[in-house]
Design a binder for this molecule. Structure first.
Ligand code: PAF
Length: 282
């Protein structure tokens, strides 16, 4: 497995792979890898002749500087994991390499990028579009793999790919969960043992709400999730919305769309750690 720190080196490695007729899969990450990332990489390795994993904590998508400072870094362990599951190259550039000049581009795909995370983290999706488009231009992948835990991110990236007319396939991959249901996240590493124990209530009430759906209105189901999670000491819901799975517009009735997803963000514990999750109703 190669490690490329510059776009020039990355392109040289990719040119050689393409000369051998290999298709290229890209898995963009910010490092601190876990089984969720590993599942994306395994799928890319299966579906492509050559897999690039980018490992770059992108400063432009952090609207909260403390969050950026606290973001976990585990580069050595990341490389060992990636090598063991067959990634071909890790692209680990410096901030200067990706942003030799400030990126002034503005991306806007309302309502997809303005609701939920878009409303609570101003500028976040603009930063995601800046870095992901730069990665797409540098790698020119045939396919790119993203986890559905960041459901809204996948929708925004699909909108960007359409807008920029890029020719690649976006491959969303299912959420990987701990045995008890907690969605895997790099941020889980920041939880204390006590916080880890209560965090399980997020997925618990999301799953329970799926069962309620046949006998409860959308508004009642939403209230069930929010009230039960807020009743757990140490958890506080920032938002829970039930949205159309493509545009992410907020829904009022179950019958308003054929694709219905509930997206939640919860603050957990003292620090607090901000955890996100989602559940598909239909
Ligand atoms: O999902 C993430 O880890 C990041 O938002 C991404 C897609 C790697 C862009 O920095």
């Amino acid at each position: 497995m190669e490690i490329a720190k510059t776009i020039k080196k990355l392109k040289a490695v990719l040119d050689a792979a393409r000369k051998e007729g290999k298709t290229v899969g890209l898995v963009p990450t910010m490092g601190a890898l876990h089984e969720g990332h590993a599942s994306l990489v395994r799928r890319s390795v299966k579906e492509n002749g050559f897999t690039v994993v980018s490992d770059f904590v992108n400063p432009t998508q952090f609207n909260d500087k403390t969050d950026l400072k606290n973001y976990p870094h585990t580069m050595e362990a990341d490389c060992a994991l990636l090598e063991s599951i067959g990634a071909d190259v890790v692209f680990a550039p410096s901030v200067k390499e990706m942003y030799p000049e400030p990126d002034t581009r503005q991306f806007s795909y309302p309502p997809t990028d303005t609701v939920m995370e878009g409303a609570f983290r101003p500028g976040h999706f603009n930063g995601v579009c800046q870095i992901v488009s730069k990665l797409f231009y540098a790698v020119e992948p045939d396919r790119a793999y993203f986890g559905e835990k960041d459901f809204q991110q996948v929708a925004v990236i699909k909108a960007m790919v359409k807008d920029l007319g890029l020719k690649l396939e976006i491959c969303p991959c299912p959420i990987v969960r701990e045995k008890d249901g907690l969605a895997l996240s790099s941020r889980n590493a920041l939880l204390t043992d006590e916080e880890r124990k209560i965090a399980v209530n997020i997925s618990k009430y999301l799953f329970e709400s799926k069962v309620l759906m046949s006998s409860h209105s959308l508004a009642e189901t939403k209230a069930f999730v929010v009230d039960n999670i807020n009743a757990v000491e140490g958890l506080e819901v920032q938002y829970y919305d039930i949205v159309d799975g493509d545009s992410l517009r907020s829904l009022s009735e179950w019958n308003d769309s054929d694709s219905v997803v509930g997206c939640i963000t919860v603050f957990c514990g003292q620090r607090p750690v901000r955890l996100i999750d989602n559940v598909r109703y239909k």
